[in-house]
Design a protein around this ligand. Sequence first.
Ligand SMILES: *[C@@H]1O[C@H](CO)[C@@H](O)[C@H](O)[C@H]1NC(C)=O
Ligand SMILES: *[C@@H]1O[C@H](CO)[C@@H](O)[C@H](O)[C@H]1NC(C)=O
Ligand SMILES: *[C@@H]1O[C@H](CO)[C@@H](O)[C@H](O)[C@H]1NC(C)=O
Ligand SMILES: *[C@@H]1O[C@H](CO)[C@@H](O)[C@H](O)[C@H]1NC(C)=O
Ligand SMILES: *[C@@H]1O[C@H](CO)[C@@H](O)[C@H](O)[C@H]1NC(C)=O
Ligand SMILES: *[C@@H]1O[C@H](CO)[C@@H](O)[C@H](O)[C@H]1NC(C)=O
Ligand SMILES: *[C@@H]1O[C@H](CO)[C@@H](O)[C@H](O)[C@H]1NC(C)=O
Ligand SMILES: *[C@@H]1O[C@H](CO)[C@@H](O)[C@H](O)[C@H]1NC(C)=O
Ligand SMILES: *[C@@H]1O[C@H](CO)[C@@H](O)[C@H](O)[C@H]1NC(C)=O
Ligand SMILES: *[C@@H]1O[C@H](CO)[C@@H](O)[C@H](O)[C@H]1NC(C)=O
Ligand SMILES: *[C@@H]1O[C@H](CO)[C@@H](O)[C@H](O)[C@H]1NC(C)=O
Ligand SMILES: *[C@@H]1O[C@H](CO)[C@@H](O)[C@H](O)[C@H]1NC(C)=O
Length: 716
Amino acid sequence: MRFLHLGVGLLLLLSAQHAPAVVIPSPECQTQCGDVEIQYPFGIGDSCSLSAYYNISCEVQEDNVYKPILYGVEVLNISLIHSTIRVLNHISTYCYNSSSGAMETNPWTFNANGFPYRFSDVHNKFTVIGCNTLAYIMDSDGTGYQSGCVSTCNNKSDLVDGSCSGMGCCQTAIPKGMGYYDVSFDGGFNTSNIWRFSRCSYAVLMEAEAFNFSTTYINTTKFNDTNIGRAPVVMDWAIGNVTTSCEVAERNETGTYACLSRNSECLVSPNGPGYLCNCSKGYEGNPYVLGGCHDVDECKNNPCPSGGICHNTPGDYWCSCRAGRKFTSQNNTCSIDTGLVIVISALFGYMIIQKRKLNQVKQEYFREHGGMILFERMRSEKGLAFTVFSEAELTQATNNYDKSRIIGKGGHGTVYKGIVKGNTPVAIKRCALIDERQKKEFGQEMLILSQINHKNIVKLVGCCLEVEVPMLVKNQALEISFSTLLRIAHEAAEGLNFLHSYASPPIIHGDVKTANILLDENYMAKVSDFGASMLAPSDKEQYVTMVQGTCGYLDPEYMQACQLTEKSDVYSFGVILLEVLTGQEPLKLDGPETQRSLSSNFLIAMKENNLDPILPSHIKGQESNELIRGLAQLAKQCLDMSGINRPSMKEIADELGRLRKLSLHPWVQLDVEMETQNLLDGASTASFQIEGATTGYPTQDGENLPMNPRSSYYAR
Ligand SMILES: *[C@@H]1O[C@H](CO)[C@@H](O)[C@H](O)[C@H]1NC(C)=O
Ligand SMILES: *[C@@H]1O[C@H](CO)[C@@H](O)[C@H](O)[C@H]1NC(C)=O
Ligand SMILES: *[C@@H]1O[C@H](CO)[C@@H](O)[C@H](O)[C@H]1NC(C)=O
Ligand SMILES: *[C@@H]1O[C@H](CO)[C@@H](O)[C@H](O)[C@H]1NC(C)=O
Ligand SMILES: *[C@@H]1O[C@H](CO)[C@@H](O)[C@H](O)[C@H]1NC(C)=O
Ligand SMILES: *[C@@H]1O[C@H](CO)[C@@H](O)[C@H](O)[C@H]1NC(C)=O
Ligand SMILES: *[C@@H]1O[C@H](CO)[C@@H](O)[C@H](O)[C@H]1NC(C)=O
Ligand SMILES: *[C@@H]1O[C@H](CO)[C@@H](O)[C@H](O)[C@H]1NC(C)=O
Ligand SMILES: *[C@@H]1O[C@H](CO)[C@@H](O)[C@H](O)[C@H]1NC(C)=O
Ligand SMILES: *[C@@H]1O[C@H](CO)[C@@H](O)[C@H](O)[C@H]1NC(C)=O
Ligand SMILES: *[C@@H]1O[C@H](CO)[C@@H](O)[C@H](O)[C@H]1NC(C)=O
Ligand SMILES: *[C@@H]1O[C@H](CO)[C@@H](O)[C@H](O)[C@H]1NC(C)=O
């Protein structure tokens, strides 16, 4: 196959995550040992755990039971949410030997310094049991903490079950940050005189909740015997070591950042060094594995008022009420919407009112550009969830708007790649200059993006209001894989169809071009840049003010009548189809004047029934005639001078779907493969390339990008 240059500018929205070469943990990793569930970063064996720190061995005991062992201690529970691990800790004893007449002890030192484990100051207490005992606890290798606990019982009958207050039992708290302790008993307090009643004293740092004093601990060995000389202790664990803060970890591009799931965030460990990962609000699961955090279906618990309808959304939910009622979040009720109460006669009137309301909202927005009131209203009335980012957050997310982070530049602003809130990769759009028109565009885009949620349309995560220059933050959405150029066109058509049919009034994109079809890291198409979009306005006046778009894509009818309709988007989409088909740019500014416009060249060729001169030879030679004819026919219909004759976006999407299905030819089943540099140099194997040439996007030197816009998509 020959190398073909396709002038299609596809921007990549990229994930900043570094997908490891192999899936970790491998599905073959054991996730259970005995009764204990082992979740990554913990794992059994080297290749199943994040590092040796979390390497658990599953060992068989005498009674044929398997027990998880970490650094020689038995593990009882691992919690990812709390970032804790319960292990069995050694009990120190101090006993009188009646035959030797001496006190005997077994000294004990626990040392987790240098490991990402610390004793939980919240869950543990240093616990001492005995009738004449003073035991010391010391952290001589860290916090420097030293304490002791005295326990006596002058009279056996003083002992009370369940009470640990110095009579037979003593407890004391420990500070944060302890990873080391040793225990010693004071020789001045011993059981040489009371050994017939109470021979031994005990001391251990243990989980307070697991302890309930029993008087039998004094005169029997029950306390020592319950767990074979051990007691449960809770340790806080973390990722990384002494110096690894969240900031450092997130910035580290070498792939050591452990919060791999997209919907996760990094937290500073509350106890000791290192950081933790947690699923973001509204998500649950394992933040340490790719795709580990999944949406919580809040609607399961019926959070909406009776009569309300619950809508689950990724990471959130919202409530709506039946027509005529509106949802009030403050008191979680559906109350009668006074704005609607007068409208008795249903749908028609309702829609008009909705439309008017929308216009009001719009106007209000334009008036107070960025007012919080609108957000609050959108949040409560429409259940829309925005995040309001601060300027500082966005500056940090984009590394101070670093040039290397630019992924697109257009008439409406510059788009940067950034990472916010843990590791959500986002495209951040910043309007370069702000005049009245651009303020409007910003509002337009916000308003439209905030109202739609479709897999092929760029999702709005939030916005930033602190600065003069308003900023939009767009999210990339779902992780669905796909791999063909036709599919990209098809998906873009689906996105546009959604815009056109989603709402009354319909949303018209107004600036459909290849540069506005973003690709996420899974090569899913996302229609973007709604700066020129509009909700088909109720009064015609508004049309006039909105003339814009991009040369080469502009609907000729629109240019004459100044009337933007859905069919204007269809025309522009027809130009995209031409680019796909011919591999040429919509306008060739350096060509002879008569051949500058791709669409007129194409239409002339179609009229003469001779596409040959404009089709690249490898397409002519290799692709099925039916597919070529189908695409050409579709493009021709889209480019009809009269909008009425053009197909609807739905028809286009359907036809593209049909063409994709119909053709079993490999061209349509392209696999997107990773570009290797030598292919870019025009090697002979690749068959067609997508390049960010059309609209003057800056060259992107891919940092950690899996694929840059100049990468090739090629067929076998
Ligand atoms: C991890 O544990 C396995 C036993 O389960 C052991 O063979 C291996 O050496 C350990 N690796 C490290 C780095 O500690
Ligand atoms: C801890 O593990 C035990 C079994 O080993 C289980 O019964 C218990 O519910 C677990 N506790 C928590 C808090 O997970
Ligand atoms: C008590 O001391 C004797 C003699 O020193 C020793 O043989 C015995 O093992 C000790 N008993 C215990 C329970 O430690
Ligand atoms: C027990 O403590 C007393 C002082 O309280 C001391 O005189 C005695 O030697 C100790 N006995 C042993 C066996 O340590
Ligand atoms: C802490 O991390 C650094 C860099 O990853 C490593 O070189 C060092 O050995 C680690 N320290 C400990 C105590 O694990
Ligand atoms: C222990 O307490 C009981 C009742 O509280 C009392 O009868 C007894 O005399 C006390 N013994 C001593 C040695 O004080
Ligand atoms: C401790 O044990 C006693 C009985 O030995 C019981 O009555 C009490 O409820 C227990 N307390 C807790 C907190 O479990
Ligand atoms: C231990 O002491 C309790 C009361 O303090 C008594 O009821 C029990 O029988 C004693 N057990 C032994 C084995 O001496
Ligand atoms: C405590 O239990 C351990 C394990 O069963 C045993 O080795 C040790 O001798 C016991 N100590 C006492 C004082 O009972
Ligand atoms: C990033 O991770 C690598 C590999 O663990 C480590 O050597 C390096 O020190 C880390 N960089 C920072 C800034 O923590
Ligand atoms: C992690 O998130 C869950 C759910 O949002 C929350 O309950 C938990 O407290 C968080 N853990 C930490 C360590 O903040
Ligand atoms: C809830 O709040 C709305 C608006 O503030 C109010 O109209 C409605 O009466 C309230 N409902 C109840 C049950 O308090």
